[in-house]
Write a protein that binds this ligand. Structure first.
Ligand code: AMP
Length: 510
């Protein structure tokens, strides 16, 4: 049997292919039927097929969010190639690294970036660079337009690659997490049941589609269930509120929830048609969880996952399975194993904090071209070391208490201190630096840098921020930079980031 993820998603389309699959909500309401999705992805898949690419070729995509960009993702699956989404905020150096590392055969970028992206891509051996704008402009759709709208999905096994998602730890650069058709499909099927997806559900899709949350969890959920999506290219709280009466499911990162709560229109009445609000990608503050329940009558369902594994745990949907507990990420999903171990790898007693390890059909195949790193991140008995620190209580609820990897999550986006530190350390006048996350009422965490000058220099904080803005994606740029004489270090010479976090924790107090 063909295990191509696209085929499974396609099988979820409703019988009436002329009903609406996606309706855009940004400015003009564009409507796409299920037939449009089927035909559009067929044409794009036929275009990709006509390029005669070697098996396993990667298609790297950095475009603004649009329905056509989603179709491109589906077409890459359909054509049996490997999809590689790139955050729209990435700048030249970052794109250079990803393209150099992944060596994609095809790159699709925004029309305005064609000049510099194509130079990087062709230098890395890419054979085709197409453009795609968020207004259906660009060469990709032009080229696809001459291809047939009939296409048989390429046969793929469950163990074959569907996507590579770049993610990074504190050491070294980003790693490409290799996800298979089987990883993604098993997770989508489990979530369909666990979250009670049913006929008539309508999803408000307001998340970016370069990340596991918007690309996989949200899109797969709606497609597999044959559910209409109300599609926002950019999250806009007022637009979400306006569409709640037509929708049943919303997924967001915690920042989206705090922004929704800031909308006076976010009331019990506005949410009365909704069935489910889901949060993930970063910890949801208990305060937000409680406020949301008071205001709307809905209890947010928090779940936990990561690029390497898709979804791992979820609070229950059905009351019979238990209550949705704020501050926890719920239970391991059916088929997923979660265990907590101490630093020596021995299981922790119930309720004790330790390193979280996971296994299941959703757990990725390894890091792209990094067999040693992959081996390091798995235990001898096959469990993946998440890098998250947590505990499991006597009732089975999982709570994440921190990250051993030191990751900062700002507005739902991951920021890796090591990357910003190395950029800062290369800048004129900077001797060394430490980058930390501190609580922020809107973003969850805000990036803050502490810099020690090179002897004889006096770097200016505002100038460093301005220089960083030109070098790295905006969401990674520290909101504040402090210039200090020295960094606190422990006896082993390690920077004590906990002391820095403590010193600056009130910086953005509401
Ligand atoms: P990513 O690979 O971008 O999805 O980031 C994965 C990381 O986000 C996880 O390893 C966790 O540290 C964090 N994360 C995701 N969901 C949650 C959650 N509900 N609560 C706390 N942390 C989360």
């Amino acid at each position: 049997m063909n295990q191509n993820l696209f085929s499974a998603l396609r099988a979820g389309f409703p019988a009436d292919l002329d009903s609406i699959a996606i309706e855009t909500a940004d400015d003009a309401a564009l409507r796409y039927s299920w037939r449009d999705l089927d035909r559009g992805t067929a044409m794009l898949a036929n275009l990709l097929g006509s390029l005669d690419l070697p098996a396993g070729s990667r298609v790297a995509v950095q475009t603004e969010k649009s329905v056509e960009a989603l179709m491109l993702y589906l077409a890459v699956l359909r054509a049996g190639l490997v999809y590689l989404p790139l955050n729209t905020a990435y700048q030249r150096d970052e794109i250079g690294y990803f393209i150099g590392n992944a060596e994609p055969a095809v790159v699709v970028c925004a029309p305005k970036n064609f000049g510099w992206v194509s130079r990087i891509a062709f230098a890395a051996g890419t054979t085709h660079v197409f453009t795609l704008g968020d207004d259906r402009s660009g060469s990709l759709l032009q080229r696809a337009a001459v291809h047939s709208d009939v296409h048989a999905p390429v046969v793929r096994g469950a163990d074959e690659l569907a996507a590579i998602l770049y993610t990074s730890g504190t050491t070294g650069r980003s790693k490409g997490a290799m996800l298979t058709h089987g990883n993604l499909l098993s997770n989508a099927q489990v979530l369909k049941t666990y979250w009670g997806w049913k006929r008539g559900d309508v999803l408000i899709h307001a998340l970016p589609i370069f990340h596991v949350h918007g690309l996989f969890v949200a899109s797969h959920g709606a497609l597999l269930n044959g559910s209409k999506m109300i599609w926002l290219n950019k999250f806009e709280p007022k637009t979400v509120v306006a569409h709640l009466p037509e929708a049943t499911v919303f997924m967001g990162v915690p920042t989206l929830y705090t922004r929704l709560l800031a909308e006076p229109g976010m009331t019990r009445a506005a949410c009365s048609h909704m069935r489910l609000f889901i949060s993930g990608s970063a910890p949801l503050l208990l305060e937000t969880f409680n406020l949301f329940r008071e205001r709307t009558g809905h209890t947010i369902l928090e779940r936990y996952g990561m690029s390497e594994t898709a979804m791992l745990t979820s609070n229950p949907y059905h009351a019979a399975d238990g209550e949705r507990r704020g501050g926890t990420v719920g239970f391991p999903l059916p088929g997923v194993g979660v265990r907590v171990v101490d630093d020596a790898g021995a299981p922790c007693p119930t309720g004790e904090i330790g390193q979280m390890q996971v296994r299941g059909p959703n757990v990725f195949k390894g890091y792209w071209r990094m067999p040693e790193k992959t081996a390091e991140e798995f235990t001898a008995d096959g469990w993946f070391k998440t890098g998250d620190v947590g505990r499991i209580d006597e009732r089975g609820y999982v709570t994440i208490v921190g990250r051993s990897k030191d990751l900062i999550i700002s507005g739902g986006f991951n920021v890796y201190p090591a990357e910003i530190e190395s950029t800062l350390n290369d800048m004129a006048g900077v001797g060394e630096s430490a980058v930390i996350g501190v609580p922020h009422p809107d973003f969850g965490e805000a990036v803050v840098a502490v810099v020690v000058p090179r002897p004889g220099s006096t770097p200016d904080a505002a100038a460093l921020i301005a220089e960083l803005k030109a070098k790295i994606a905006n969401f990674k740029v520290p909101k504040r930079v402090f210039v200090v004489a020295e960094l606190p270090r422990n006896a082993m010479g390690k920077v004590q980031k906990n002391l820095l976090r403590d010193a600056h924790k009130g910086l953005f107090a509401a």
